[in-house]
Ligand binder design. Structure first.
Ligand code: AMP
Ligand code: MG
Length: 420
């Protein structure tokens, strides 16, 4: 498909279609490798994890307290204030096992995590009990089974507890540890090569002649990729020169799982990305029907996926969040790559023409009723990077919508979710 073959060209591509295309076209590209648990954060699981044991392995106490057999009837001697007197026959700290059997009218001192002795079916928390010489007073009428965690309550032996394609957060890593795993099979890190394009760009820290600007995009994009767990290779700035660009992309493609450029993807005389990538492989270049956003290029150089992002710093960042992040996660082997979103109250009025979906930079504050309220940054320019610094996320305004009113509920994409 050649979107810019003839002016004015086909209709801009809705974001959902771009995402559907990413989902159809790209899947896991990295091989599995085994990593110790401490190195697994943010990686994508490449195996099924099965619990070889029950967790907990046996019934254990959920409290520090007293374990006993709940009376079948109320024939135990009730001692004032609804307390029952029991004879203490042992002490069971966590990590030990009580070898005897606890009979009717008897109790053991027991601690959180300690295996429940044979005969005990109920545990009273220590705050509700009173120890006396060789005996304990426990509350009468406590429900049988109170404060006991059954064997396998968390995980049953043989159950699949984690499935391939899941990104590993702290809790998944802890779960693997809880079933005894020291290492996990995960997808290798995605090797991403990153270029900026533009004769006007200079490296931060260096000299900057008139008409030049410092390159911001490689730094925002590299940081976004780092946060996703990719292995970034920053190959610097490409000039607006098709031969140099072709040589650099062709060479990099052999060593990368994904190539990303920003800038040079429009259809101006100085925009060479489309022709260069076409000459090395294939490319679809769209006007993404998103503001800030267009243009967007997806393709391949040889076998290596290629993502061409817009040059404007806000557009590059936002397009990466909306399309680049799902693409990267998919190539990393992630099963599901939803964009995190929630509803917040609009603290602003806004109008636009129908037809293009807009992502408005907004900061969250707590409203008078305690609900989060989004306050829009004044400028919508795709060149104003300070707007991203001020914002906590993006208000998603549907293509067909024309108005947002103050007090209305709006969909909000928090940056905390989009950076991870
Ligand atoms: P382009 O898509 O190449 O036409 O670039 C669009 C706008 O974004 C121009 O104003 C560029 O100077 C600017 N731009 C492109 N790349 C970068 C970059 N890496 N850092 C900062 N601004 C950029
Ligand atoms: Mg340019």
């Amino acid at each position: 498909m050649d979107c810019f073959a003839a002016a004015p060209g086909p209709a801009p591509l809705p974001l959902d279609e771009a995402l559907a295309r990413v989902a159809q076209t790209y899947g896991a590209v990295t091989e599995p490798e085994s990593v110790p648990l401490r190195a697994a954060l943010g990686r994508v699981l490449a195996e099924s994890v099965t619990a070889p044991v029950n967790v907990p392995p046996v019934a254990v106490s959920a409290m520090d307290g007293w374990g006993y057999r709940a009376p079948e009837s109320t024939d135990e001697e009730a001692v004032g204030e609804g307390l029952v007197r029991l004879t203490v026959v042992g002490r069971v700290p966590a990590g030990s096992v009580f070898s005897g059997t606890v009979g009717v009218g008897e109790a053991v001192r027991i601690f959180t995590g300690a295996p429940v002795p044979t005969g005990v079916d109920t545990i009273a928390m220590q705050e509700d009990c009173r120890a006396e010489d060789g005996a304990v007073l426990v509350p009468a009428g406590l429900k049988r089974g109170s404060n006991i965690r059954e064997a396998g309550e968390d995980m049953r032996a043989g159950a699949v507890v984690l499935t391939p394609g899941r990104r590993l957060r702290a809790q998944e890593i802890g779960l693997a540890a809880a079933v005894g795993r020291a290492s996990l099979s995960v997808h290798k890190r995605l090797r991403v090569v990153l270029f900026s394009t533009g004769d006007e760009l200079r490296e931060p820290g260096g000299a900057k002649p008139d008409g030049a600007i410092y390159d911001a995009n490689r730094y925002t994009l590299a940081a976004q990729l780092d946060a996703l767990g990719a292995e970034v290779r920053d190959l610097g700035i490409l000039p607006d020169n098709p031969d140099v660009t072709r040589a650099a992309l062709a060479e990099a493609a052999g060593t990368a799982d994904l190539l990303i450029t920003s800038g040079g993807a429009s259809v101006g005389e100085e925009d060479h990305i489309k022709a260069v990538v076409n000459s090395l492989g294939s490319i679809d270049l769209w006007k993404l029907a998103v503001k800030p956003g267009k243009p967007l290029a997806l393709g391949r150089i040889g076998d290596t996926p290629f993502l061409g992002l817009p040059g404007n710093p806000v557009s590059a960042m936002v397009t990466f969040m909306l399309v680049g992040r799902p693409l990267v996660l998919r190539l990393m082997g992630a099963e599901s790559v939803p964009t995190p979103r929630c509803l917040v109250v609009s603290g602003f009025e806004f109008r636009k023409k129908p037809g293009r979906r807009e992502f408005l930079r907004a900061r969250l504050a707590t409203g008078p009723d305690g609900r989060p309220v989004a306050h829009k940054f004044p400028s919508d320019s795709s060149g104003v990077l300070t707007s991203m610094v001020e914002a906590d996320g993006l208000v998603d305004m549907p293509a067909e919508a024309t108005t947002i009113r103050e007090g209305e509920m709006v969909e909000f994409l928090p940056f905390t979710g989009l950076f991870a």
